[in-house]
Design a protein around this ligand. Structure first.
Ligand SMILES: O=C(O)C1=C[C@@H](OP(=O)(O)O)[C@@H](O)[C@H](O)C1
Ligand SMILES: C=C(OP(=O)(O)O)C(=O)O
Length: 420
């Protein structure tokens, strides 16, 4: 584990930063391609720990992936009858929640395991749902086995998806393969990260699948083929947020090319957040530019739909002039780490004034000082530390390599951004 002295600047940072593909779109495209009615090509594939775990798992299940060269961002996926396999999920929510339903269609047992820390992430909901849909699942927590039988009845299932939208997305992505399709009904507190469910529905629809999402908290997917689609993955806008935030923190200007005009990625909403904090946001021909203010304004915001952006927004809030309140994000306690506790602990270690609430964080302004910033194996904790370290002397980010979960090149990209 490398301790990384966060590069410090004393003036505005101005650069253009090109982002690799979206983790969420990559892992959905790979699953839909693997279950499709013919071969397809996925372009702009993110190569990172989470997406390489997905590629590795699909390959172990028998799916053809060419080339199998590490780092290839265009891959040809050839569906094949799925076989039993060992699947390692790392700390990837998308692998943990999207692949067990796929495993139902293997011809033998699919054994799932993951990082130690993944054992703390909510998982039983999707396993219970699979049992209701007629799938043989041994175990309720990691490690568990899905005893694939090649087919599964499907039908209707009621779940509480308030801990993660990925329970819904995972069931929907494989739903067309079930004999009777799948209808998912949610009961409980509101489902978080609903733009990610919209992303799932949108991609299924693009692949010719009939999805009815018109009912409240209900998604109905008809059985039928998944059309092979040549996917083009958009840049990862949640990863872009950390770089755009560098403009906000330094009064600089960061541009991101290929910003999609229309997208289901919740990361796109970072532009509204940055505007509210005093930034100017412009867009021309797909080039999005954020210019930071002299002084950052605090923000009061419900992040329920865009929880993934919380570490970036919390880091900025710690640098703002006044008190910010981030709410609607109790479910972040089940992300890579308990992000509410992790953010409060690390910002406070550097002299910040953060208190945890039931469903979020209250962040008061304070003069921050240097020190160790722990990452807790959480890529977005590591990038939040880099952001604070950009304008605070002597911040040492522990385990910077953990950014490889979704952005292996982060330290070099951050340096290039600073160099301008
Ligand atoms: O479906 C997806 O690709 C994701 C859904 C969200 O999960 P939660 O609903 O668990 O927050 C998000 O935070 C995660 O980074 C990616
Ligand atoms: C919550 C996240 O990841 P995961 O896909 O592992 O849930 C995230 O990337 O912020």
């Amino acid at each position: 584990m490398t301790v990384w002295r966060a590069p410090r600047v004393t003036g505005p940072v101005t650069a253009t930063v090109e982002l690799p593909g979206s983790k969420s779109i990559t892992n959905r495209a790979l699953i839909l391609a693997a279950l499709a009615d013919g071969p397809s090509t996925v372009r702009g594939v993110l190569r990172s720990r989470d997406t390489d775990l997905m590629l590795g798992a699909l390959s172990a299940l028998g799916v053809g992936i060419e080339p199998d060269t590490p780092g290839a961002t265009t891959v040809r996926i050839t569906p094949a009858p799925l076989r039993g396999a060992d699947v390692f999920c790392g700390l990837a929510g998308t692998v943990l929640r999207f692949l067990p339903p796929v495993a139902a269609f293997a011809s033998g047992p699919v054994r799932f395991d993951a990082d130690e820390q993944a054992r703390l992430r909510p998982q039983s909901t999707i396993l219970g749902a699979l049992r209701v849909l007629g799938v043989d699942v041994a175990g309720d927590a990691l490690p568990f086995t899905v005893n694939g039988r090649g087919t599964a009845p499907g039908g209707a299932v009621t779940i509480d998806a308030s801990a993660s939208s990925q329970f819904v997305s995972g069931l929907l992505l494989s739903a067309p393969r079930f004999d009777n399709g799948v209808t998912v009904h949610h009961v409980g507190k509101p489902v978080p990260s609903t733009p990610h469910i919209d992303m799932t529905v949108d991609m299924l629809t693009t692949a010719g699948v009939s999805v009815d999402a018109s009912g409240a908290d209900t998604w109905r997917v008809a059985p039928g083929p998944i059309t092979a689609v040549d996917w083009v993955v958009e840049p990862d806008l949640s990863n872009a947020a950390a770089f755009l935030a560098a403009a906000a923190a330094t009064g600089g200007s960061i541009s991101v090319p290929n910003w999609p005009a229309i997208t289901t990625q919740p990361g796109a909403q970072i532009t509204d957040v940055l505007r509210d904090m005093g930034c100017e946001v412009t867009s021309a021909d797909g080039l999005l530019t954020v210019t930071g203010p002299d002084r950052l304004s605090p923000i009061g915001i419900d992040l329920h739909d865009i929880g993934e952006l919380t570490p970036t927004i919390a880091a900025l809030a710690a640098l703002a002039d006044g008190t910010s309140v981030l709410s609607g994000i109790a479910h972040l306690r089940g992300h890579e780490t308990d992000r509410l506790t992790a953010l409060a602990t690390e910002i406070n270690r550097l002299g910040g004034r953060v208190t945890e609430t039931d469903d979020g964080l209250r962040i008061e302004s304070a003069t921050l000082h240097g020190g160790r910033w722990l990452s807790y194996a959480d890529h977005r904790m590591a990038t939040a530390g880099a952001l604070i370290g950009l304008v605070t002397d002597d911040v040492d980010v522990d385990d910077i390599e953990t950014t490889a979960k979704t952005l292996p090149d982060f330290p070099a990209m951050w340096q290039r951004m600073i160099a301008g």
